[in-house]
Unconditional design. Structure first.
Length: 336
C-alpha cells in the first residue's frame, strides 16, 4: 500500500516538498510520549518511505511544544522485569537506524528521555531555540534505555554525558549546538525548524540517491570502525560509486559548466586528439572544465580521477594553445 493511503493514529504523514517525506508525531495531549503503538506506526511509516522511490530524505518532527517528552511513563509503570526481558522491550525502537535514507530530526520544545534518544537516532538534528533536551530517567530510578548513554557519549563526550545522565539535568538547544550534538539552531519562530529541515531534506533529495545512501553509510562507519578500517570502508564505497549511473550523470552535469560552443568545436577539430587517441577526443564523456577567465586558462579534467594529468587550453592574444599535462605542444594553436 502507498504511504499516502495509510491512516495512522499517532503520527501524521505528508510530502511537503518533492522527494521529502515528513512524519509528525501526533499525541499532543501526552506531549508525544512514545508508546508502543506509536513506535509501531513510526517504524512502519519509515520503512515505507525508505522503500519509496519518490522519497530521497525524511524529516521527523513533533509539535511546537514537544518533539517527544520521553517514553510513555504510564505504559511503563506496571511492567515487570519478566515482561520487559521476555518481550524485548525497546529493542525494535531503534529500527529506524537501519534505514538507508537520511532522517532529519526537527526538534522544538521538549526532547526528553526517549525523545532525546529518538532525535539521536536520526542522522541530522536541527533544533529550534525553544528545544529542551535531557535524559531525566535517573529521576524515575532508571537509566536511558534507547541508546542515550551510548549515542550521546559519542556525540558530546563522556564527561558531559555522565553529568547529564547522572544528574538528569535538561540542556538547551544552544548547549546542544555548542557540543556538536545538533548541527545547528535555526531562527526563532513556530514551524521554522520544520521549514528548515524540509528545505535541507529537499537539497539532499535532489542529489544522486546512491551517492546519498553511500555517504550516510560511510559517515555511520566512523562510529563503528577504527580509523584505518573506516578509511578503507570509505574508499571501497567511493570506488563502488564509479560503477553507478549517478556518478556518470554527475560528471556529465559538470560539462554544462563550460557552455562555450567554440571551445567544444575546437576540441572536436583538434588533430592532436585524433593522432593520440585522446586527449580531447573523449571530452564529451568524462570531462569537467574549470574556466578561469581572468587567467584565460581552461583546465579540462578528462578523467574521473584526480590522478590523471590534465589537458589545458590556454588563450593567449586571441589564440588558443593546447598543452597536455606538463608538456606543451608548441605547434598546436588556433585562431579564435
Ligand atoms: N509519558 C506519559 N505521559 C507524559 C509524559 C511521558 N513521558 N510526559 C508528559 N506526559 C503527559 C502528562 O502526564 C500530561 O498528561 P495529563 O494531562 O493526562 O496528566 C501531559 O503530558 C502534559 O504534561 P504536563 O502537564 O506535565 O506538562 P508540563 O508542561 O507541566 O511539563 C514536562 C512538561 C516537563 C515535559 C513534564 O511533562 C515531564 O517532566 N514529563 C516527563 C519527562 C520524562 O521524565 N521523560 C523521560 C521518560 S523515561 C524514558 O523516556 C525512558 C527512555 C526509554 C527509551 C526510549 C527509546 C526511544
Amino acid at each position: 500500500m502507498s504511504t499516502q493511503q495509510k491512516q495512522y493514529e499517532y503520527i501524521l504523514l505528508s510530502r511537503p516538498a518533492p522527494g521529502v517525506g515528513l512524519i509528525t508525531l501526533n499525541r499532543p495531549k501526552a506531549l508525544n510520549a512514545l508508546c508502543t503503538p506509536l513506535f509501531k506506526e513510526l517504524n512502519e511509516a519509515l520503512v515505507d518511505l525508505d522503500a519509496d522511490d519518490e522519497i530521497g530524505a525524511v524529516v521527523l518532527t513533533g509539535s511546537n511544544r514537544a518533539f517527544a517528552a520521553g517514553a510513555d511513563i504510564k505504559e511503563m509503570k506496571d511492567k515487570t522485569y519478566a515482561d520487559v526481558y521476555k518481550n524485548r522491550f525497546l529493542e525494535n525502537w531503534s529500527e529506524m537506524t537501519a534505514l538507508s535514507k537520511p532522517v532529519i530530526a526537527a526538534v522544538s520544545g521538549y526532547a526528553l528521555g526517549g525523545g532525546c534518544e529518538l532525535a539521536l537516532m536520526c542522522d541530522i538534528i536541527l533544533a529550534s531555540p525553544t528545544a529542551v533536551f535531557g535524559q531525566p530517567e535517573i529521576n524515575l530510578g532508571v537509566i536511558p534505555g534507547g541508546g542515550g548513554t551510548q549515542r550521546l557519549a559519542r556525540a558530546i563526550g563522556k564527561s558531559r554525558t555522565m553529568e547529564l545522565t547522572l544528574t538528569g539535568r535538561n540542556f538547551s538547544a544552544a548547549e546542544a549546538a555548542s557540543w556538536g550534538m545538533v548541527s545547528r539552531v535555526v531562527e526563532e519562530g513556530e514551524g521554522k525548524v520544520v521549514e528548515e529541515a524540509v528545505s535541507m531534506a529537499g537539497v539532499i533529495a535532489s542529489k544522486g540517491r546512491l551517492a546519498v545512501q553511500a555517504g550516510k553509510e560511510a559517515v555511520n562507519a566512523a562510529y563503528e570502525l577504527t580509523l584505518e578500517e573506516g578509511l578503507k570502508t570509505e574508499r571501497r564505497i567511493f570506488h563502488g560509486l564509479f560503477a553507478t549511473h549517478d556518478q556518470k550523470e554527475g560528471e556529465h552535469g559538470c560539462i554544462e559548466l563550460w557552455g562555450h560552443s567554440w571551445l567544444m568545436r575546437v576540441a572536436q577539430a583538434c588533430p592532436l586528439s585524433q593522432r593520440r587517441g585522446n586527449p580531447l577526443g573523449s571530452i564529451h564523456r568524462f570531462a569537467t572544465v574549470k574556466p578561469d577567465p581572468r587567467k584565460q586558462l581552461y583546465t579540462i579534467h578528462n578523467e574521473p580521477t584526480a590522478y590523471r594529468r590534465h589537458d589545458m587550453l590556454r588563450i593567449e592574444g586571441g589564440r588558443l594553445n593546447l598543452s597536455y599535462g606538463y608538456y606543451d605542444y608548441p605547434g598546436i594553436s588556433y585562431t579564435m
